[in-house]
Design a protein around this ligand. Structure first.
Ligand code: AP5
Length: 218
């Protein structure tokens, strides 16, 4: 099954993509994770992307499209995938369609995770992670046993720089301006399926399983 996950920051795309890819054996490609890794390693891509990410802006299409093009051409996605965080602009969506045609890939569904803005700000203000083992925490729903320290290895927890509240509001604004048009694009192709993601992760996962159930054979 080949899926695109759409939705504003903090709507749970990454959380649900990890669960669904583990359950169905799909490749999970998160452009946000790829870019953060590039920033951490100080690669040329990371150096170019860092300032955009800190401000909550999208990195230029030319930088990110090449990354996905290489993944699609590698054949690693042949057995099914979830694209989490790509496409995010109309030029990216159109470039993705061209890649799929060129490589004989069908997109089965674009899943849209819907969550109101105030819940998004609440979730992202409470998000922390362990820099060593990447375990995620969320205050107050999933707090560590010792405040500020990872349960698994005791490392000091960190926040993503773009989870600072003013940056979150900018990310939301950027989503509405640059990414929301893609919802219409996929709706017109009859590929869009909306999931109410403003409930517990387990209930969202149930709805996701239901939404994607009939798509594997298309
Ligand atoms: P990216 O990392 O993709 O950020 P995002 O879309 O803003 O996604 P998040 O990771 O913040 O949210 P999510 O929807 O995955 O939610 P999550 O599951 O993590 O991109 C970062 C930056 O990279 C962009 O701003 C841009 O600069 C750049 N970039 C990336 N892709 C790009 C592209 N294609 N083009 C250009 N630039 C690009 O959950 C969030 C929190 O909520 C977690 O703490 C989680 O535990 C909690 N949570 C999850 N589900 C629930 C639930 N149901 N109930 C309560 N809490 C929940």
């Amino acid at each position: 099954m080949n899926l695109v996950f759409l939705g504003p920051p903090g709507s749970g795309k990454g959380t649900q993509a990890a669960r669904l890819s583990a359950k169905l054996g799909l490749v999970h490609l998160s452009t946000g994770d790829m870019l953060r890794d590039a920033v951490k390693k100080g690669t040329p891509l990371g150096q170019q992307a860092e300032a955009y990410m800190k401000r909550g802006e999208l990195v230029p299409d030319a930088l990110i499209v090449g990354l996905i093009e290489a993944m699609v051409a590698s054949g690693d996605m042949k057995s099914g995938f979830i694209l989490d965080g790509f496409p995010r602009t109309m030029p990216q969506a159109e470039a993705l369609d061209r890649m799929f045609v060129k490589n004989g890939i069908n997109l089965h569904q674009a899943v849209l995770f819907s969550v109101p803005d105030d819940e998004i700000v609440r979730r992202l203000s409470g998000r922390w992670h362990c820099p060593t083992c990447q375990t995620g925490y969320n205050y107050p729903a999933a707090m560590p046993d010792v405040a500020g320290k990872c349960d698994k290895d005791g490392a000091l927890l960190q926040r993503r720089p773009d989870d600072e509240e003013s940056v979150v509001w900018n990310r939301l604004e950027v989503y509405k301006r640059q990414t929301q048009p893609i919802e219409i694009y996929y709706r017109q192709k009859s590929l869009l399926r909306e999931v109410n993601a403003n409930r517990s992760p387990d209930l969202v996962f149930e709805a996701l399983m239901e939404a994607t159930a009939a798509k594997a054979t298309r």
